[in-house]
Ligand binder design. Structure first.
Ligand code: FAD
Length: 287
């Protein structure tokens, strides 16, 4: 196995493109190194991105959004005050990953590109309408986070492509988001269900909303009918019931030791409702 630590994203992309064997990006390594140790993957080439300066910072963008570099560890996301205040749901998703030790290493982009259906940040990012900025042999492109994972452990990234940053849109006034997950244990476990909700209010009424679920299908889902159910409401009980029904209808979960299909489907509605209530309150709404 060869190890490379380039200092620019295009150099990293060229290394990935030129490799004929299996090649992996190494960010925090909290997924990759575990899989290598278990011999689930045996890369010919590992490309460490932590020396790439464009990937190491959190910046505000010209339009008032945020750009989070792909090598920024979870702990720095949690320490960023402006990000915490604009996108508390994304920050709480990051802070659910593993433990302090894991958060000292792990990245949001590693979480998304590992493509686990139970990844905690993915539903929060989909609810936020986040994009990834991709660099590859054909140049630069952006892609909605919802289109990165195509199935468990699979992504839509082409050979030679890697993610340089996550892009979060500008946040209008009276906006709020929230992410909740349910796990059998309170710590160090993976989601049975995760639910992310983001919304903006106009005159106290929900004017835009996005709802996303994790761990209930092969990839995290944007549940558009659930968002449609609450837009135009003040989150009254009827709107919440319609959101719950839409979330349950979208679920296509597996049956495993963490939860049955029926259980995951039930919990998805409950968590989405609770996340919507928190996001509404954060946006300044009153029911
Ligand atoms: C003890 C423990 C507890 C955990 N708890 C949780 C949890 O509660 N919730 C949760 O969601 N996850 C959890 N995880 C999984 C893991 O910590 C997260 O998925 C983490 O965010 C991965 O980030 P990383 O930077 O360490 O990724 P890495 O391991 O470096 O990479 C993961 C994958 O993404 C690819 N990749 C990384 N960066 C890029 C890039 N820039 N472009 C393209 N591909 C890239 C890698 O090649 C690899 O395939 C846990 C892991 C451990 C070991």
């Amino acid at each position: 196995m060869r190890y490379a630590a380039p200092t620019t994203t295009s150099e990293a992309a060229n290394l990935l493109a030129a490799e004929s064997g299996e090649a992996f990006i190494l960010a925090g390594g909290t997924d990759l190194l575990v899989r290598m140790k278990a011999m689930l993957v045996e890369p010919e080439l590992v490309v460490d991105v932590k020396r790439i300066s464009e990937m190491r910072t959190i910046q505000t963008t010209d339009d008032g959004g945020f750009r989070i570099g792909a090598a920024v560890p979870g702990v720095e996301v949690g320490e960023h005050e402006a990000l915490r205040s604009a996108w508390p749901g994304i920050v709480e998703a990051v802070q659910l990953i593993g433990s302090d030790q894991i958060q000292g290493r792990c990245t949001i982009v590693g979480n998304v590109c590992n493509a686990s259906p139970a990844a905690d940040t993915t539903p929060a990012l989909i609810a936020a309408d986040a994009q990834v900025e991709i660099v590859g042999p054909k140049g630069r492109r952006t892609l909605p986070v919802a289109e990165v994972a195509t199935g468990p452990g699979q992504t839509s990234l082409a050979k030679g492509e890697l993610v340089e940053a996550i892009l979060l849109p500008p946040r209008p006034e009276h906006s709020g988001d929230a992410y909740l997950r349910f796990t059998p244990r309170t710590e160090m476990d993976i989601a049975v269900v995760g639910a992310g909700v983001s919304m903006t209010l106009k005159d106290g009424v929900i004017s835009t909303a996005r709802v996303a679920l994790g761990a209930v299908a092969p990839t995290a889902l944007a549940v558009e009918p659930a968002a449609a159910a609450i837009i135009g409401s003040k989150l009254d009980d009827g709107a919440l019931d319609a959101l719950i029904a839409a979330c349950r209808a979208a679920c296509k979960p597996i049956d495993d030791k963490r939860g049955t299909i029926e259980y995951r489907t039930e919990v998805a509605g409950v968590l989405a409702k609770r996340a919507a209530l928190i996001a509404f309150e954060r946006a300044g709404g009153t029911r």
